[in-house]
Design a protein around this ligand. Sequence first.
Ligand SMILES: [Zn+2]
Length: 170
Amino acid sequence: MKEIECPNCGAVFEAKEPECPYCGHINPMGAEAKFLRDLEKTRKDMDQVDDEARKAYGTEIKKGAKSTAKTVLIVGLIVLLIIGGFILLEKTVFNYDYKGNYADELAWQHERFIEYDIMLDGGEYEKLMEAIATDGEKHDVWSWERYDEFMEIADELWGDPVKDAEDESE
Ligand SMILES: [Zn+2]
């Protein structure tokens, strides 16, 4: 271990000391060495902090990916629920004015449209027209497969009110 003599008080001490341990006189070489040692220590500390920060950041990214996946899943489910709700609403409310539920309506149509067919095939046009007008207030009579077919017959028999009005005004 290198030793030097203090130029101020003449004491002998290790050359790496930044100042004389007896009188406090500065030792330029020792001070510079200490500065470099401190600098190296700081650099190592900062590397360590950097590593820890990087690790913490990586963990955060993983957590973020997990919560993003969760969010996507939840949003997806909500969207599906909304779409499902709209489909249900459209089937039960928007398209039809009838009271009661959709299954009841389908059952009603299944029975009633057979009677319409019989009336149409039997030429009971007036009776059929009355039935459709009355049923149409509560039921989806327009779903009857032969509705258009009957309307053409009705036009020929009783005329088209809209067409007749136009003809009269000409
Ligand atoms: Zn000294």
